[in-house]
Design a protein around this ligand. Sequence first.
Ligand SMILES: [Zn+2]
Length: 390
Amino acid sequence: MGSYSLASRHACVKEIIHDGDWHPGNFSSKSAWNAIRTRAACIDWSEAVWFEGSIKSHSFIDWRCLSDALPTRDNLIHRHILTPHHCVFCWAGTESRNHLFFGCPFTTDIWKHIYDLCFHDGATPSNAIDAAISVRYVAGRAGKLGLVIKLAFCATIKHIWSERNYRIFRNKIRSKDQIVGAIKGDVIGRLSSIDLVGDPTTANHHIAAKWDLQVRWIARIPMACSWFAPNPNMVALHCDGSLSDDKAGFGGLIRDDSGDPLAAFASIGEDLSVLSMKLMAIYRGISLCVDKGFYDVPIRSDLKLAVDILNGVITGPWQILTLKSKIQIKARLLRSKEFIHVWREQNQPADFMASIPIDPSEILWEPESFPPELAILIKQDKEFVTYYRM
Ligand SMILES: [Zn+2]
């Protein structure tokens, strides 16, 4: 239980006792609890686990899993409880949260199957927290059908844990197909009473087809957008990262307040994560602005997750925390700055830079050396051409 201050406790008591009489009025145990508790910071992944329509018994196990509070064998050994250490699925690895749920070949196959049902872009989970953060964001974009993704994510963790317990305590074994079947059964069962309405996006059509769902598709009105200039005497920094089968890269572009380009950069990345590529682009872009003496810079990225992390809305996965603090330190050199989320359609020249083949490993272009394709994209932005976003 969180600590509470005397002041807040007295405030609560004052609300219900007047002139020595008891006036319960608006008093409720919930209001009392809210008055005395210290509200913990929201955890980045919590909405992947606790959400409207969730299966509560799943959420409870998922929460403990993501908090690494399940009695996995490494946790028991850590608490000096005598137990074998091996994973009961592969008998090779040590049973830790990350191995059991995301690193074991047995569970990796189950995730592949479930992710194929949920994602059209071949996504696979890497580790517990990153997977949950990614599920939260992707599900958020999928609207009502995001419920399928969250339910499937939660049911998979729950059934992996149940299977582990069946094997240890009941000496029962289910095949991967049976476990996948149980996961699908739980998800479809939960969805049966829910009216599914969705945007007809590629991602949503994929979910509906794979899960064989009846969805009421709503007509989408294309959203118009165009590039927008920074305030006078500021420069706009657009950043992007890209990841393909054989290359990770990032790049960006600096433009003045009339839309004319000042410099473009691109580099090869080493990390195989879109998030870190997008953040690398921001770091490199800010460094370039400082080198060139531009100190008033709105920084634009089309990845909301990256923008939320830099604006302190969420902490972000641990892998990027060093990079995040490097960006924050570098950004202190700017006089004024803001991290802004833009649509992909408003970020096309940066996308171009992030995707071009690079040799050597980094390029830095002045406007006169821009390739024609890039010059055209910049000209369209400068003329505020309207792009339509479905
Ligand atoms: Zn294993």
